[in-house]
Design a protein around this ligand. Structure first.
Ligand code: GDP
Ligand code: MG
Length: 175
């Protein structure tokens, strides 16, 4: 067995305001801060344990100033996997995901890449605009895992989301 550290580069992509920064910071610090710099793209390095193995995460918290939702060519060349994020309280953010997926596919010229679909802000149940079933259905269409999470209320599911996508990367690299 090869003894090397596994590494996962994650690009967190999605429309403005869905909680990309909140999710990244929650995963890395276990804390929810509330307000995040809306203008700066941040890259974090974080070493943790996934399924008993050391995993080095590099997390790129992107900024979506325009309709590409942070899916620039250089980002897509750099990353091992993509976390596609929408907010369950924003129909508009969910409706932006197929366009984002298309941008990714065009940039990568059809080469597949591990992904996970994330519906954030599930704590805001009274404001929900996107059902769990809709998220699940889209993930089935994309052939990727799906999780609803809350960056503000729940650290475990957020952690699980990053771990899940890192497992996808390990599987993908094995092929
Ligand atoms: P980004 O533009 O995708 O990076 O979004 P931010 O991480 O900056 O979050 C946008 C706003 O949504 C901020 O006011 C956050 O405090 C809030 N937010 C992020 N995640 C959650 C969540 O899970 N629940 C709730 N209630 N608010 C959240
Ligand atoms: Mg942000």
């Amino acid at each position: 067995k090869k003894s090397s550290f596994a590494e996962t580069k994650v690009a967190v992509l999605g429309p403005h305001g869905v909680g990309k920064s909140a999710l990244s910071v929650r995963f890395l610090t276990k804390r929810f801060i509330g307000e995040y710099d809306q203008s700066a793209e941040s890259k974090y390095k974080y070493t943790t344990n996934v399924d008993g193995e050391t995993m080095i995460f590099e997390v790129l918290d992107t900024v979506s100033e325009n309709e590409d939702c942070g899916a620039r060519d250089d980002v897509l060349r750099w990353t091992d996997c993509i976390m596609l994020v929408y907010s369950v309280v924003s129909r508009k953010s969910f409706d932006a995901i197929p366009e984002l997926k298309k941008t990714i596919e065009e940039s990568r010229k059809g080469a597949s890449i591990p992904m996970i679909l994330i519906g954030n802000k599930r704590d805001l149940a009274h404001m929900r605009e996107v059902s769990t079933e809709e998220g699940e259905k889209l993930a089935v269409e994309y052939g990727c895992p799906f999780l609803e999470v809350s960056a503000s209320e729940d650290v475990d599911t957020v952690t699980e989301a990053f771990h899940k996508v890192s497992r996808e990367v390990i599987e993908f690299k094995r092929r």
